[in-house]
Ligand binder design. Structure first.
Ligand SMILES: Nc1ncnc2c1ncn2[C@@H]1O[C@H](COP(=O)(O)OP(=O)(O)O)[C@@H](O)[C@H]1O
Ligand SMILES: CCCC(=O)OP(=O)(O)O
Length: 362
């Protein structure tokens, strides 16, 4: 009997997979990937078989048959800019995920793997609130060079899910509050949210604080020099900035738990780098506070790194003057994926259709 929704969440440092029966999360696995494990794949789409097999083997190991699935829902990736919601995975969407329309990222595999597994059973595949959700105000798009637009790419799925949870805890609706939510994962997004709308944020793939595996915003003149130094190919430079940047570049690991062990063992370099990441996150939160004119109901930290007391205490000390400070460790992404699919399966909402007529340059 078909009774489960399979949710698939490929992140830059992990693959998370969960089975839901109705609202209940009945089984979940979170698998971390080291940089060494991932570096053998030239492009992120090359990780398709590897990540898909992890999921299929996990189902098999837990005696779950594919004919028990109602539908499959994946995290959505760097598609064309689009409104939030639940989208049916279609061929035009798959094409854009494969080319990485707005860039490469593990989340592009979410819809692709969901569709591949759903097709084995002839059931529907969906994505929910993908990385490319765009609610920016026009002023946030201006970069300083007319050829380059600031883009809305970040952890919309978790930020919205956590925003709803925080609002419920304050006996309010998400749409009533102004929040500053920082998702601290393999990538980092710092989002000023006005009445439920993410009106700005750093592009987590290319800007803002450095992260476990990304370089974040860099001095542009020095980047230009590096590009023309002749030392690196374009692909090598891209890898340095996403995948092999941040903690990975300085310390050889994307795992903050490992970094904390290094610090405990007296490694001063590890402490300087880890503190610098926390410092940059606090600075980004401070800057984004101006976007909503300091009228903020709560500053919230979420994502895998928000499990770290060391990191959250460091940030708290610097930002708690802004608004009440809350920590929501981990993510609500698996729940949010299931809820998005359930709204459609129960007929409460029509799935959105992905349109690919907007043209932008990568
Ligand atoms: N208990 C913990 N303490 C400190 N850091 C943690 C903990 N759990 C996970 N992390 C770190 O969180 C980061 C991954 O966050 P996550 O939100 O899972 O990212 P992604 O979805 O991009 O893979 C990694 O650097 C990981 O080491
Ligand atoms: C590209 C923005 C999304 C992102 O960084 O996700 P991860 O933290 O899962 O890598």
């Amino acid at each position: 009997m078909r009774k489960y929704v399979l949710t698939i969440n490929p992140g830059s440092t992990s693959t998370k997979v969960a089975l839901f029966s109705g609202e209940e999360n009945v089984l979940q696995k979170n698998l971390s990937h080291s940089p060494q494990e991932l570096e053998k794949y030239e492009k992120i789409t090359d990780q398709y078989e590897y990540r898909k097999d992890i999921i299929l083997n996990w189902l098999k190991d837990n005696n779950i048959q594919l004919n028990q699935l109602i539908s499959v829902v994946g995290r959505g990736g760097l598609l064309r800019p689009l409104p939030g919601g639940t989208y049916k995975v279609s061929q035009p969407m798959i094409n854009d995920l494969k080319i990485g329309y707005q860039g490469e990222h593990a989340s592009n595999l979410g819809g692709i793997i969901a569709k591949a597994i759903a097709d084995l059973e002839g059931i529907e595949a969906f994505i929910v609130d993908p990385v490319a959700v765009d609610e920016f105000e026009d002023i946030a798009r201006i970069s300083g060079l007319p050829e380059i637009e600031r883009r809305s790419l970040g952890h919309a799925l978790n930020i919205k899910a956590v925003g709803h949870r925080v609002a419920a805890g304050m006996n309010k609706r998400f749409e009533e509050l102004n929040l500053l939510i920082a998702h601290l994962g393999g990538g980092i997004s710092v989002a000023p949210i006005r009445k439920g709308q993410i009106i700005d944020y750093n592009n987590a793939n290319e800007m803002g604080p450095f992260s476990p595996e990304r370089a974040g915003g860099l001095p542009v003149g020095d980047v230009a020099k590096l590009c023309f130094s002749g030392k690196y190919t374009a692909a090598e430079l891209k890898n340095k900035m996403r995948g092999k940047g941040g903690l990975t570049a300085y310390l050889g690991t994307n795992d903050a738990r490992e970094v904390e062990k290094m610090i405990e063992a007296g490694d001063e370099k590890a402490k300087l780098i880890y503190d610098a990441m926390a410092y940059q996150i606090a600075k980004e939160i401070g800057g984004m506070a101006t976007v909503i004119q300091g009228k903020i109901d709560a500053v919230v930290l979420t994502g895998g790194l928000a499990h770290s007391k060391y990191l959250t205490d460091y940030i708290k000390e610097r930002v708690e003057f802004i608004a009440p400070f809350k920590v929501h460790p981990g993510e609500d992404e698996m729940i949010a994926l299931n809820e998005g699919a359930m709204r459609v399966l129960k007929g409460l909402e029509n799935p959105k259709i992905y349109e690919n007529e907007v043209q932008i340059n990568d």
